[in-house]
Design a protein around this ligand. Structure first.
Ligand code: C2O
Ligand code: CU
Ligand code: CU
Length: 419
């Protein structure tokens, strides 16, 4: 913390090796370590400043996914950090509590840089979020889910174009660990789930089919907890869930197979082993947040986007020198996205949205909260009520794109400015 109260962080992107399997060394990339990066924890209202140091052998960037901030601080493809140099973004946290994350966004290289291990969580707290289990690492647990494919020598298979969706791995790492377990010490535990995979989607639940409470989507807490058994997360999406445990219980956080394509695998994620004595917990609050819903005016501007099997949006491939959309600061618009191709999802930088409908119907309950990334399966049309940012900058664009990273790298991305 600096003299003016600014919270100062140093993040160093570096190369290393990681022993995911005993006796095998995997060359990896990480932030302040050899794989993944530290969890950054701040409160609403904080001023933050970063030294992002690039000790990699090549240019990268670091994007704050889910953050509301000026475009020049966003860490997208335009904020390149050359090998050996340092980037110094700073901004004030002005958004409700949420589980956000950070990862590189170098155009054409995002998939590879994330896959090698550059990513981490960025948690924002406020009055509301502190009423949930908040003892980080004890009853507030980060769960970063990534799929990988390994070569015989332990190195990553780096075929980013392995399938039409990109890399779909056959092994799971959670928080950079293969076959992990977690000792549960409290009768109520909050998991912050991040799908940090390149392309795979997960139907997350428990091996004993128990229920859990969904308390937050990507961009913040829900009005009230939703009891459920499965949640589907596509790449880049987050969910906060609260699980109740009894003494001595064991279960497994599991991903159940879905339809062919990016949902096709079945995987154990984390074994959970509850102690014989558990710390008692207070009941979950029935009202989680008082943030008002995102409402769009009756005459809201509607923008339409069409996705196909081609890696393009509205037939246009990403062009760093073309601004696709110009959006007034603080506006609320309807973005209508139609997927005529295979499965995709859609993420908008510096924006928060709620899903108005999917194929004309209300989305499933678990997708009704505040979001910044939405799964759009093949043949689906979604309408989003989007709340845009408040930092005008007519020359520095933000991105919107498919978060299947191979699609994004191949050109399924567009640029907008806030004016
Ligand atoms: Cu998570 Cu534009 O990215
Ligand atoms: Cu983002
Ligand atoms: Cu896609």
């Amino acid at each position: 913390v600096g003299s003016d109260g600014t919270k100062q962080f140093t993040l160093t992107m570096q190369t290393g090796t990681t022993e995911f399997f005993e006796g095998k060394k995997t060359p990896t990339w990480g932030i302040n370590g050899s794989y993944l990066g530290p969890t950054i924890r701040v409160s609403r209202g904080d001023k933050v400043a970063f030294d992002v140091v690039n000790h990699l052998p090549e240019t990268s960037t670091l994007h704050w996914h889910g953050m509301r901030l000026p475009a020049a601080m966003d860490g997208g493809p335009h904020q390149m950090i050359e090998a050996g140099s340092t980037w110094n973004p700073s901004w004030t946290i002005e958004q409700p509590a949420a589980t956000t994350w950070y990862h590189p966004h170098l155009h054409g290289k995002t998939a590879l840089h994330v896959y090698r291990g550059l990513a981490g969580l960025f948690l924002i707290e406020d009055q509301d979020s502190k009423k949930l289990p908040s003892n980080y690492g004890v009853d507030d647990i980060p769960i970063i889910i990534q799929d990988k494919m390994f070569n015989g020598d332990g190195s990553f298979n780096e075929s980013m174009d392995l399938t039409p969706f990109g890399m779909l791995g056959n092994q799971i790492l959670v928080n950079g660990t293969y076959d992990p377990y977690l000792r549960i010490t409290s009768s109520q535990v909050r998991f912050r789930l991040l799908n940090g995979s390149n392309a795979r989607a997960y139907h997350i639940g428990f091996s004993d089919n128990r229920s859990f409470y969904l308390v937050g989507n990507d961009a913040g807490l829900l009005p009230e907890p939703i009891k459920m058994k499965r949640i589907l997360l596509s790449p880049g999406e987050r969910a906060e869930i609260v699980i109740e445990f009894k003494e001595g219980e064991e279960t497994i956080l599991h991903s159940f197979a879905g339809k062919d394509g990016i949902e096709n695998g079945e995987f154990d994620l984390v074994k959970l082993i509850a102690d014989q004595r558990l710390t008692a917990a207070t009941p979950l609050p029935q009202t989680l947040t008082s943030e008002p819903p995102i409402e769009v005016p009756a005459d809201a501007k509607v923008r339409t986007f069409v996705l196909t099997t081609e890696s393009a949006i509205n037939g246009k491939k990403m062009d760093m020198n073309r601004i696709d959309e110009v959006v007034p600061a603080r506006s609320r618009e309807i973005w209508e996205i139609t997927n005529k191709g295979w499965d995709h999802n859609f993420h908008i930088h510096d924006a928060t949205f709620t899903i108005l409908d999917k194929n004309g119907e209300l989305p499933p309950k678990y997708e009704r909260g505040r979001k910044d990334t939405v799964f759009i399966p093949s043949g689906t049309k979604v309408r989003l009520a989007v709340d845009f940012g408040s930092y005008p900058d007519p020359t520095t664009p933000y991105m919107y794109h498919c978060h299947l990273l191979y699609h994004e790298d191949s050109g399924m991305m567009g640029q907008f400015v806030i004016v």
